[in-house]
Design a protein. Structure first.
Length: 235
């Protein structure tokens, strides 16, 4: 399998966009995969085409390396998840400290489907935006979980899969900085204008850091990271 090709788990959000730019900088052939799992914020899927085009426009090298896009319909998975991401439920935190936005097994499922596609496309590198620094405590975002998943995929498919997580040890301010380092103001502007993070799917309210409700956990992380990166000058 090709060690110079990567498949990026690309949602249309900030983190996966930075991961896609990272992969385009690093690997010679880059494909993307998105998942419709019945999420409330399906608007993120609508952003994917615009962001992919925007990245290609930023660099002729990126344009040459950017390959096929794939979308998997996994709505059946969302139907078994009683969470605030797949149901019209209030976002709260349970007794264990996990927010109700946690979709059990989501990353494990996505990586399994991504690996199956990568197997067919002769790709060995899976790139994901999982992070253990600025996150909501999701257990499937931990590097230890992904190490176990990587081993399971290697043994279960008999292929040398690697799960590359470039944001794993970065906070959100460092993620904004990484975007700037990769693509300058052009990439930062693309993230602000065209990506989607808000769990509620709100795109009618524009903030300096992008569109969103401004109060859900995803918006708060994105906003606080932007303010920290800008030196607390941004509202």
């Amino acid at each position: 399998m090709s060690q110079s090709a990567a498949l990026v788990l690309f949602s249309g959000g900030q983190d996966s966009t930075v991961c896609l730019a990272y992969a385009l900088n690093r690997y010679h052939r880059v494909e993307t995969i998105g998942f419709d799992y019945g999420q409330r914020h399906t608007v993120e899927l609508d952003c994917r085409t615009t962001v992919r085009k925007g990245l290609a426009d930023l660099s002729p090298v990126w344009a040459e390396r950017l390959g096929a896009d794939h979308v998997c319909d996994l709505k059946g998975f969302g139907q078994v998840s009683e969470t605030s991401l797949t149901r019209e439920l209030e976002i709260v935190t349970d007794e264990s400290g996990l927010p109700s936005t946690f979709v059990p097994g989501r990353n494990l499922m996505m990586l399994t489907f991504a690996a199956a596609l990568a197997w067919r496309r002769d790709i060995s590198i899976l790139v994901g935006g999982m992070c253990e620094t600025d996150y909501s405590g999701y257990p499937d975002c931990r590097r230890s979980t992904l190490n176990a998943q990587e081993l399971a995929l290697r043994r279960g498919m008999d292929r040398p899969f690697v799960i590359d997580t470039p944001l794993m040890w970065l906070d959100k301010a460092e993620t904004w900085e990484m975007a700037f380092d990769l693509g300058g103001n052009g990439l930062v502007d693309l993230i602000v204008e065209s990506t989607h993070t808000c769990y509620l799917g709100e795109r009618s309210c524009r903030h300096v850091w992008g569109y969103g409700c401004g109060s859900c956990p995803a918006c708060e992380l994105r906003a606080s990271g932007y303010r920290k990166w800008k030196g607390d000058l941004a509202a």
